[in-house]
Design a protein around this ligand. Structure first.
Ligand SMILES: Nc1ncnc2c1ncn2[C@@H]1O[C@H](COP(=O)(O)OP(=O)(O)OP(=O)(O)O)[C@@H](O)[C@H]1O
Ligand SMILES: [Mg+2]
Length: 510
């Protein structure tokens, strides 16, 4: 059974940043303790120290009144600490079972007792209401299941203290409810939970106590009974009021900029993913797409951006057929894309901040002339974007993998919005960013539409969809199951449609 966790004056410096500046914090055993703070405040750094991935420059950690010093994650695991990371750390080509036991295989003399592991894992998943398909490959299962695998992994390793770093950023509202049930079960079983999130509503719903970090320091701590969203926002970013975005008003009918005509996509297993889908978006319009992940959204985006294989149908950009155009040709015509996966698709993690910012612009003036890069122009370009999007970065030469999660997201968005777009595809654009940054990103998307771009916004966050979109379509099973103009659909109605219920009837015929 775990005791209290006490951080004593933890300090951690990276080149050019003081990520943790003498942080002292007590986390009571058997409670859910939330840590909030703006992007780059130092939350993940502190947790990486607790789970043995980083060593503090100074300061101590006590667990159950004993000083602990971890030289590796393995030491932290031994001390009962497990972390479900912001970016999952799973091997996509291995099965769930292999991922779960990797590095902690039971057995002796090199023989792995897989069946023993399987039994233990099945018992654990039943106990915590998790359901993971042990024999599927990680790459084949949805993110919410991948997260359950991460949770099961830490439980399998005997964790008593479980750290969740932005676990709900990738989940739908229903999946979040499932996670909260699992977290409550963890507390029932006398575990301690540390919960990091930018979604203040959720923090208030799940936490017992909340600590606020700001610029590497603790700027406040309060029991949940005293917390309101406004109070937390004020402690986090220094102001409590945020602008509510309003969808753009379109006065007259304009020409469609993006047209999807009778699109049909089947996957390798011959399953129909997109079924005769048609819609168009006119200049200045934001079309919101709601739907439970896996109902055709990713295939639709792949078809529009140009890397997906389609069976039939056409895609038109500004009335020109681009169905067979390459990704590059589409980008040259002003198509921009903010992907859901910022680390694998949205960026090149080992490349510098400036390199990530110029990708796609590097071959044309003013950044390049006659095939030669102009570093003065590049420097100006990159500095301007860092300033405009308030990306917190010690140096633009550092690889983006050293940025905090929200700052990596801002880097991807800054690049995609660096020039005017004709069509902007945005998937969960405010995933993992703090409330001030979310407000700013919303204003930028509205501005893009205001300048005449056609925006396709796919988001798990219904509040975001409702506050930005002129029109919303709900995807179910690769088809539009419901459509409405702004203000005419409630969250509840969208929720029902997302579950395949139309006019009160269960499901739709296939
Ligand atoms: N390995 C590293 N090398 C250099 N700088 C780093 C490294 N890891 C983190 N930093 C910097 O330390 C600061 C704190 O980052 P951290 O990831 O702890 O923030 P965070 O509070 O988790 O933010 P977010 O909400 O965006 O995830 C940031 O300025 C970040 O760029
Ligand atoms: Mg973080």
């Amino acid at each position: 059974m775990p005791g209290d966790i006490i951080f004593q004056a933890i300090t951690k410096r990276f080149p050019g940043v003081l990520a943790n500046d003498s942080i002292s914090l007590t986390i009571r055993a058997k409670t859910v303790h939330a840590i909030v703070g703006e992007n780059g405040a130092g939350k993940s750094t502190l947790m990486n120290i607790l789970c043995g991935l980083l060593r503090p420059d100074s300061g101590e950690i006590l667990i159950d009144h004993q000083y602990k010093s971890f030289n590796s994650p393995r030491d932290a695991v031994k001390a009962g600490i497990g972390m479900v990371h912001q970016e999952f750390m799973l091997a996509r080509d291995l099965t769930v079972l292999d991922n779960l036991i990797l590095g902690y295989e039971p057995g002796s003399y090199g023989l792995i007792k897989r069946e023993e592991a399987r039994k233990k894992l099945q018992k654990l998943s039943t106990a915590y209401g998790l359901s993971v398909p042990l024999d599927c490959k990680i790459g084949e299962i949805p993110v919410s299941f991948q997260q359950q695998v991460e949770i099961l992994k830490v439980l399998y390793r005997g964790a008593e203290i479980i750290i969740f770093d932005e676990p709900t950023a990738v989940l739908t509202p229903q999946e979040t409810r499932g996670l909260f049930t699992a977290i409550r079960e963890l507390i029932e079983q006398n575990k301690t939970v540390i919960f990091i999130s930018h979604k203040l509503k959720e923090v208030i719903a799940i936490a017992d106590r909340i600590s606020i970090l700001r610029n590497g320091r603790v700027s406040g701590e309060l029991p949940v009974e005293e917390a309101t969203e406004q109070k937390l926002a004020e402690l986090m970013v220094g102001r409590k009021n945020f602008l509510q975005a309003v969808p753009p008003v379109i006065k007259e009918e304009r020409a469609p900029l993006l047209e999807i005509v009778n699109l049909r996509v089947t996957d390798q297993a011959k399953i129909v993913r997109i079924n005769d889908l048609s819609f168009s978006i006119q200049a200045g319009e934001i079309l919101g797409v709601a739907g439970v992940a896996g109902n055709g959204q990713s295939e639709l985006v792949a078809a529009i951006i140009g890397w997906g294989v389609i069976d039939s149908g056409r895609i038109l950009l500004n009335r020109i057929d681009i169905t067979t155009s390459s990704v590059r040709q589409r980008r040259l015509k002003g198509m921009r894309y903010i992907p859901q996966d910022r680390s694998m698709i949205g960026s090149c993690l080992s490349a510098a901040v400036w390199e990530n910012l110029i990708m796609g612009y590097e071959f044309k003036a003013p950044l390049a002339r006659r095939g030669l890069l102009n570093f003065t122009e590049i420097n100006n370009f990159s500095k301007k974007l860092i300033g405009r999007f308030k990306i917190k970065v010690a140096s633009q030469d550092m690889p983006v993998q050293n940025l905090s999660g929200g700052n990596l997201q801002k880097t991807v968005i800054a690049r995609e919005l660096a020039e005017n777009s004709t069509v902007l595809l945005a998937e969960d654009p405010t995933r993992g960013v703090d409330i001030a940054a979310a407000e700013f990103i919303h204003s930028q998307i509205l501005q893009e539409a205001g300048k005449g771009s056609a925006v396709l916004l796919i988001s798990q966050d219904l509040d975001e969809l409702l506050s930005l979109s002129n029109r919303i379509i709900v995807l179910y099973d690769g088809r539009i199951i419901g459509e409405s103009i702004a203000g005419e659909m409630t969250k509840e109605a969208i929720g029902l449609l997302m579950g395949g219920r139309c006019n009160g009837k269960d499901g739709v015929d296939k």
